[in-house]
Write a protein that binds this ligand. Structure first.
Ligand SMILES: [Zn+2]
Length: 180
């Protein structure tokens, strides 16, 4: 498989968060193991950035502007999102273009997922896919660098990223948020 993680396409180069404390939710049906893998991915970003991410509990699934940043594992992919995507993120903005909410969905109808706990073959690592999508969540676009977790397409084999955030991606973050 060589399916990819996708983007909302409505991001702008200047869009970012003003809050540094971001709460997130996970859909009710996600397994505890999936929750731990998602937490690992957010923790990886927290370790490398000025953000703190707090898991705030469960929420209903899907891309819905409800004031809660929600990560969902969907067994039925939305009709309006390209089906060949392993995952997708959608952000919402205020009138000044600042990010105010972002939801992430995983396509279980298409792809199989594993985690650092289970290491199932021919599956995407949740940690790796989530780190890519969280990159979009904080406002990053795609990277042309082959070694970047933010490159537009990753195979199951390449989900060896497993949540590690590369220097290229950190540089993109620093440019967007003007940090050193
Ligand atoms: Zn992407």
């Amino acid at each position: 498989m060589s399916v990819v993680s996708g983007c909302s396409g409505n991001q702008t180069a200047e869009s970012r968060w003003t809050d540094s404390e971001i709460k997130y939710y996970i859909n009710h049906n996600a397994s505890d193991q999936s929750v731990r893998a998602i937490q690992t991915a957010f923790d990886s970003w927290a370790n490398e950035t000025h953000f703190s991410f707090e898991y705030a509990g469960r929420n209903r699934a899907g891309l819905k502007k409800d004031g809660k940043n929600t990560v969902s594992f969907l067994t039925q992919w939305p009709d309006d999102i390209p089906f060949g995507q392993t995952a997708w993120s959608r952000c919402w903005y205020d009138r000044k273009g600042r990010i105010i909410e972002c939801d992430i969905i995983f396509n279980q109808e298409l792809a199989r997922f594993t985690s650092l706990e289970t290491n199932r073959a021919d599956s995407y690592y949740i940690e790796g896919v989530a780190v890519h999508e969280i990159g979009h969540m904080i406002g990053l676009g795609h990277s042309a660098a082959a070694s970047s977790v933010m490159k537009p397409e990753s195979t199951t084999e390449e989900s060896w990223f497993k949540g590690e955030i590369d220097d290229e991606t950190i540089a993109m973050y620093r440019e967007l948020y003007n940090t050193d």
